[in-house]
Every structure is written in C-alpha cells, then in structure tokens.
Design a protein around this ligand. Structure first.
Ligand code: UFG
Length: 330
C-alpha cells in the first residue's frame, strides 16, 4: 500500500484532534503548512470539529486500529491530546483514567516505536504538581498530584521520559494551566458535555439568563475566590508548534509549563464577562469544590526562553472568543 502523504509536507498524527484543544491544534498545524491526521474515538470529541485533514475513528486502547493509522499515513510526528480530563470524575472512576490516560499513552508509544516515529508533543497538566508549595509554579516544583487525573498524567510523563532515554524518542510534555477561549474565527470552540470549566459555565449562564455557581469565596486570596492562570487555546497551539520545532534542534525529553504567568480570580473572570454582557450572569456562592487549590499560577520562563513562546492573548480575549463561540453555537 502506498502511504498517503504529500511530498515535503510534514504529517502530524493528532490524537484527540476532535476535542477542544486538539481541534484548534489541527487548524494551527494546517495554517503552518503541516498535514494533520486526526485519531480520535469521538467519545468526547466531535466529528464536526475535524476540518483540516482526515479523521481515523479509533481508540488508543485498540492497537490494531492505531497500527493501521501509522501504516496508512506517513507520520512524521505525534501530538497527543487524547485523554480523560475531569478531575472529579477521576476520583470516582480512577480505573478509566489510568486505563485511558496511561495504558492509552503506552499503546501510542509502542505504535510510534514500531512505525519509527520519533517526535511527540504530549498534553500534560498543572495537575501533576498537586497543591502548590510556592507560586508561581515552575517546572522544578515537586510533582505530588492529589487526584487520579493528576497521577495519570504524571505516570504517562514518566513513561514518555523513559522511552526518550531508552528508545531515542524526543518528546515535550506541555503542562497546561487553565486552557480557555476559542478560535478567533469562531469556527471551533469548547464543547464539553458535561461542562465543568469556569469560563464556558459563566458564558453559558450569561447567554441563557441563568445563574452561575461560585465554588467558595473564603479562600486566602484577595477576593476570597480561587485564582487561576487562564491561557488562550491559540497561545497553547503556538507553544505546540514551537515545541515541535524545538525537538528537531534539541532531541530528548523536555517539560514546559504553559500558562500566561498571571492569575485571575473567579470574581475577576465573572466581572470580565459581566462587562461584556450587560451585567449578566447572576452568581451564587456555594460550597468549595473538593480538591481546588486556592492559587495556581504558572512560572513560564522555560517556555519563554527555550521555545521563545509569548502568550499574547488576554483574559478579555479568552472571554470574548468564548462568548462569540457559545453565542454562535446557541
Ligand atoms: N469554578 C466555579 N464555578 C464553575 C466552574 C469552576 O466557581 O462553574 C471555579 C473552580 O472552583 C476553580 C476555578 O473556577 O476555582 C477554575 O475551575 P475550572 O474547572 O475551570 O478549572 P480547574 O482549575 O479546576 O482545572 C484546571 C485544568 C485541569 C487541571 C486542574 C488542576 O483544567 O486540567 O486545573 O487543578 F487538572
């Protein structure tokens, strides 16, 4: 069988490319002249978000379909977004988190080895750090996850690092803080079901005239609500492209925090939305959500200096692009 590829164009297998960040990544890759091929089981992703290349419907737990994807396309590199990512669900159902996030990643690594693919950009999370011992959190901060989700990401990282040392893999693990916002053109956006994240919940409440819940206002922060580091999804995609380039000039194992470096409280995010929506939505303070650290802010110096990454989009742009996307999707 002749492998499908275009001469001179690098083909990137995007696992989880039908999901929120993965679909934005495909658009960014295509814009930059890469050919994205999506591998996704569509359990949480959406077929309609796959617009920039072929879709292989498959599960990382299915090595035969995975091998077929590598056999069909001449894959040059892999970006791996496919994972379960709801922290509270991971506490209730750790088995599915270890299976999908850890075993799934091992299957992907083995398929890459067999196919002779040596470059991987991995979606990790600030959840690998657990409760911050200091802030901002840099990559030297101890990794002491407090949830199965965080452990599953940390375990996957540890396997990838070992494969880098033993099998000549080069990989960058990108530890996202709070991914937010949507495509500037409004073509794709955040479509989780159920939705647990703050900005889409605030925006949905503003657009539907309902009330958003604030999980606790008695934290040791300036306004009592949790502080997070919101990083625009398009800034995340820029970092992935830079990380992929970096692997060619600096082979081996790398870890980078991806956050804006600035913290915003839940109250500030609410105010940013209200400023755009005639004061909506209403909000009700309810009990703290279990496992929420008071403050999570990224130290992003490594990505800035080594990747020359510059997170350029503000919290307002996160809120505005989310409003455009959710308003359009209604
Ligand atoms: N929040 C609300 N109301 C909501 C939703 C969220 O008040 O309806 C609050 C949360 O309690 C938290 C903040 O808004 O204080 C942000 O919550 P998100 O659910 O949007 O994001 P998290 O900070 O919980 O999640 C992020 C990443 C995860 C990562 C986790 C680590 O999305 O991948 O940080 O703590 F695991």
């Amino acid at each position: 069988m002749t492998k499908a590829s275009t001469a001179g164009t690098k083909t990137v297998l995007v696992c989880g490319g039908a999901g929120y960040i993965g679909s934005h990544m495909c658009k960014a890759l295509a814009r930059r002249g890469y050919a994205p091929v999506v591998y996704d089981n569509l359990s949480t992703g959406h077929g309609h978000a796959v617009k920039w290349g072929p879709l292989v419907v498959g599960d990382l737990l299915d090595p035969a379909t995975l091998a077929l994807a590598f056999a069909t396309y001449r894959i040059d590199a892999v970006m791996h977004f496919a994972a379960r990512s709801i922290v509270s669900e991971s506490v209730r159902d750790p088995a599915s988190y270890y299976r999908d996030n850890v075993v799934g990643t091992l299957n992907l690594l083995d398929a890459m080895r067999r196919a002779g693919v040596h470059q991987l950009v991995f979606s990790s999370s600030a959840a690998v750090y657990g409760c911050p011992a200091y802030t901002p959190i840099d990559e030297a901060h101890p990794c002491q996850p407090i949830t199965p989700y965080g452990w599953s990401k940390r375990a996957a990282e540890s396997a990838i690092e070992a494969y880098c040392k033993a099998y000549a893999l080069s990989a960058a693990s990108l530890r996202y803080f709070n991914a937010a916002g949507a495509d500037a053109d409004g073509e794709i956006g955040e479509e989780h079901d159920p939705e647990t994240h703050l900005i889409p919940n605030i925006v949905a409440a503003a657009l539907s005239g309902s009330e958003v819940r604030i999980f606790g206002d008695d934290y040791p922060t300036p306004d009592g609500t949790c502080v997070r580091d919101y990083v625009h999804v398009e800034d995340l995609c820029d970092a992935h492209l830079l990380a992929l380039d970096h692997l060619s000039s600096a082979p081996g194992w790398h870890v980078f925090n991806l956050g804006s470096g600035s913290g915003h409280s839940v109250g500030e995010v609410l105010a940013a939305c209200r400023a755009r929506c005639n004061g909506a939505p209403d909000a009700a303070v309810v009990a703290r959500r279990e496992g929420d650290p008071a403050i999570l802010v990224a130290g992003n110096a490594a990505a800035r200096t080594q990747l020359r990454w510059e997170p350029r989009r503000s919290l307002t742009e996160c809120v505005d692009s989310a409003l455009r996307w959710h308003g359009r999707a209604q």
